[in-house]
Design a protein around this ligand. Structure first.
Ligand code: C5J
Length: 218
């Protein structure tokens, strides 16, 4: 299949493609979550939820493998670098402290859950990650290789942090990456737009970008 994209058409085989839904968890998308506690306005992120859903629905209808990620830490915080912990506390959003949605950025807590409207279904993969990149200290690469995946479609938050870090990691491992522009968001739109430019520049230096309608037809 070929779709219009920047910097040129993106070609992929649905059977060798997976959808990545990056960190669409309460902590980054709802009031009282880690994102807001760090001082961000969450409206840009809230705006993409229907578009992320439309891409997930399209992928389900077309039997494209779906992989969800969640950023969070073990309850004993043994997988949280001291530096990350220190900086979160300095910002008033201490990882592991009790916040409005349970212990902040801890696996299994309310804030760590994927949004109800985008909930994973049987057959989807769910990956818990402690870093910004989804390959770091996870089974993601093995899952992709075992399933014969060659191309990745990206949705989620935040564009310039966890989405872009994962695209960079995937690109270095030889995966072809397509970022769905209006199914990704940063808290600051300028960060989002800068990321799109960084990804598709220099003949797709990290990958391709396109609006959702080019994929879903809606
Ligand atoms: C952040 C993420 N922004 N999912 N995480 O800390 O982008």
């Amino acid at each position: 299949m070929k779709i219009n994209a920047k910097p040129y058409e993106f070609e992929f085989d649905e059977k060798k493609t997976a959808l990545m839904v990056i960190d669409m968890q309460r902590d980054f998308c709802e009031h009282g979550g880690f994102g807001e506690m760090l001082g961000n306005d969450i409206s840009e992120v809230v705006n993409i939820i229907p578009t992320v859903k439309s891409v997930i629905d399209y992928c389900r209808e077309n039997n494209i493998l779906i992989i969800y990620t969640r950023e969070g830490h073990l309850p004993d915080l043994s997988d949280c670098p001291e530096s990350k912990l220190r900086r979160s506390k300095k910002q008033g959003a201490g990882i592991g402290d009790v916040g409005p949605m349970g212990r902040i950025m801890v696996r299994g807590e309310k804030g760590n859950a994927i949004l109800d409207e985008l909930a994973p279904q049987d057959g989807d993969y769910e990956i818990d990650k402690c870093g910004k990149g989804s390959f770091y200290k996870t089974d993601l690469e093995k899952i992709l290789r075992d399933n014969g995946i060659e191309s990745l479609i990206f949705t989620g938050v935040t564009t310039h942090v966890c989405v872009q870090t994962t695209i960079r990691e995937a690109n270095d491992r030889g995966f072809e990456c397509l970022m769905i522009e209006d199914a990704c968001a940063a808290y600051d739109r300028n960060d989002h737009l800068a990321s799109i430019k960084m990804i598709n520049q220099q003949g797709a230096i990290f990958g391709w970008t396109t609006p959702a309608e080019e994929l879903t037809g809606k």
